[in-house]
Write a protein that binds this ligand. Sequence first.
Ligand code: OGA
Ligand code: MN
Length: 203
Amino acid sequence: MDHPPHEFDAVASALAADGWCLFHGLLDAAQTRALGDECLAMHDARLLQPARVGSGRTASSLRGDSTRWFVDDALSGPQRLFVARLDALRGALNRTLMLGLVDCESHYAVYPPGAGYARHLDCLRGNDARVLSAVFYLNDRWLDTDGGALRLYLASGPHDVHPHAGCLLLFLSARFEHEVLPATRDRMSIAGWMRQRAFPARG
Ligand code: OGA
Ligand code: MN
């Protein structure tokens, strides 16, 4: 796929204006399906592990997903494509918004039926590296009645994003609290963060 350099312009404008946006042009349907198939296969092979919160405790009361981090020098083909595209978007945002984003980190996440993630901010305590949260959805034929919305708490009130395959949600990590509502079926995503250089807290 060839992507014109201006394809990310609308993303940059929306982020500058609102601090969040949805983007449907990151990957095509076949590329998205390859990630969904891989995530499901890894989940079936028990390669995902119950997620932890900042302090390293498992926190099933806070979040019920299982995750597997993408490892830079061990990326699968579909992962390599995803990471390349997210990096291209990061570069474009650096040029237009001068955000100083130095890298991305990403993991697969599967939320089994009934699992969610309580309202939270993505900034880790004492670490301001995460600037932009980027969640890419992998669920084919998702129905609104399946649940599993990402509820983003905007200044104007809550806004629900349904986890349809191919949809990328971007938002400023420090600005927007959000939660994952429980679904009636397995819910797959790639949660990613674009990061700045983090300086140790003073004092
Ligand atoms: C997270 C998160 C949202 C989602 O992992 O911090 O908020 O929709 N994920 O998977
Ligand atoms: Mn989050």
